[in-house]
Write a protein that binds this ligand. Structure first.
Ligand code: GLU
Length: 472
């Protein structure tokens, strides 16, 4: 078997959306799983709709997802000469011809076909005339009148299209530019693409593309048309179902690995496994497990996979992705032991990196910002004694381990006869400013001895110690 060569050919008329990213992923995974090649081609021939910003946005999203390409990006708009050469070959070999019919004439032909109970079609008037190129002539492909064109598809099986329902379609406009189907086929052929996985909205083009392959005498690639992604209401996924662009998910704090894990499950399965690392996917991906039925986009599932990936990713790798978010919030963090330890305490309780970037902030503050209500409720005169003791005992610990911390708290419990919660809660508030945080010991270990002791002492200074009657 030849080396697998796949491609992703986005039209740059907007951001990279969920459906496009899934197509890119399937092609990329198939290439990676088979030590093949993945080609990126920007289909920018529609001048009115293609923008440089979209190209940049698409490349950025692919890079963020970690979908790298071996070849390209090629720009279809720069390949007009190659398209033209193939069109000339088709004319020379009698597979295509110039047509001078005006659009009014073609409209009339269509009306006549309709009146005769047929599909509205061009009637082949110029097909055998062997016309020279005229000022306004287009080029049409000579398509078979009878028989069927069969699309053999790894996802959908065989679909037969009646040739009598496909007219001699245009492959070159009067301005010399190639029509979409011709450009795609010529690009795929000249780039050596032998596997085409795309959305089933393109299935309608495939018989025409097969006719072009046949006319050029080139073997067909393997086709796989995957069902569209649907929204929860089972209609085709669109903006009204929520965020559609991959970059929005990046901004919401999703991990690229979680996104990829989620996207691949929109149409591919491996038993009932839900969680996949990138390595797992490269090892296990195959075309035969692509599903025939459409999948529904489900944000709850994506969020739950994101939490799992946050838990399973190393703190060092998470730090690389978190630090830019912290910088935006004015926190100048480094990917060092302190940051990694702080991240580790939050991994089990963060659904997104945004959530983590907010809940980690207290570790970096020189001055703890108190939630006033929480402060009033938890930092009371009766807390002073246990807090002083906690600070003192922690200060005395040489080997800063969880075990020694637990012993220190135990001593304070014994000496004050207070329950653990009555001691830990004011300490938690002193360290974080709030009453929710990671487990007290893991947090103290991550924060370090000096910061812990300083914060507890500073909080004690803030307690209004005028006589109060309230019970602790
Ligand atoms: N440029 C087309 C699109 O963005 C893809 C064409 C293809 O996959 O053959 O939908």
């Amino acid at each position: 078997m030849d080396q697998i060569i796949t491609r992703f050919p986005p039209s740059p008329s907007g951001y990279l959306h969920i459906g496009g990213a899934r197509t890119a992923l399937f092609n990329w995974l198939y290439a990676r799983a088979n030590k093949g090649k993945f080609v990126l081609r920007i289909e920018d021939t529609d001048k009115a709709r293609s923008t440089k910003e979209s190209v940049a946005a698409i490349l950025e999203s692919l890079e963020w997802l970690g979908i790298d390409w071996d070849d390209g990006p090629y720009f279809q708009s720069e390949r007009a000469d190659t398209h033209r050469k193939h069109i000339e070959q088709l004319i020379e070999q009698g597979h295509a011809y110039y047509c001078n019919c005006t659009s009014e004439e073609v409209d009339t032909m269509r009306e006549q076909a309709k009146a005769a109970g047929k599909k509205p079609m061009y009637n082949g008037k110029c097909r055998e005339l062997d016309l020279p190129k005229g000022e306004n002539s287009v080029v049409r492909l000579k398509t078979p009148f009878t028989g069927v064109t069969i699309v053999d598809d790894v996802v959908k099986g065989s679909t037969a299209f009646q040739n009598s329902e496909i007219d001699d379609f245009i492959i070159q406009r009067s301005d010399g530019s190639a029509m979409y189907n011709l450009a795609v086929v010529v690009d795929d052929i000249t780039m050596g693409i032998n596997t085409v996985i795309r959305g089933d909205d393109h299935l309608i083009n495939t018989p025409k593309q097969i006719m072009i392959y046949n006319a050029l005498g080139v073997n067909l690639p393997v086709f796989g048309h995957v069902p569209m992604v649907l929204g929860a209401d089972k209609s085709r996924l669109s903006k009204r179902h929520g965020a559609m662009s991959v970059s929005e998910y990046k901004n919401m704090g999703y991990l690229p690995d979680a996104m990829i894990n989620y996207l691949v499950r929109l149409g591919w399965s491996h038993g009932d496994q839900e969680f996949f690392t990138r390595g797992d996917l490269i090892e296990k991906f195959s075309l035969k497990s692509l599903g025939k039925s459409a999948s529904m986009f489900d944000l709850v599932k994506l969020s739950s996979l994101n939490s799992k990936h946050i838990q399973k990713t190393s703190p060092g790798l998470l730090a690389d992705q978190l630090i830019p978010l912290l910088k935006k919030n004015g926190i100048d963090a480094e990917n060092d032991q302190f940051t990694q330890a702080a991240i580790a305490t939050l991994q089990p309780r963060s659904k997104t990196l945004i959530e983590m970037s907010e809940s980690i902030a207290f570790y970096y503050k020189d001055i703890v910002e108190f939630d006033e209500k929480v402060k009033l409720k938890n930092l009371k005169p009766a807390s002073i004694e246990p807090m002083i003791k906690v600070a003192d005992y922690i200060e005395q610990i040489d080997d800063f381990t969880q075990e020694n911390l637990e012993t220190a708290f135990k001593k304070v419990m014994d000496e004050t006869q207070l329950k653990f919660g009555k001691i830990a809660q004011p300490v938690r508030v002193a360290l974080t400013g709030t009453n929710v945080s990671p487990g007290i010991f893991e947090m103290i270990l991550a924060l370090g001895k000096d910061k812990t002791v300083t914060r507890i002492r500073k909080a004690i200074d803030q307690i209004d110690s005028s006589p109060q009657t309230e019970e602790l």
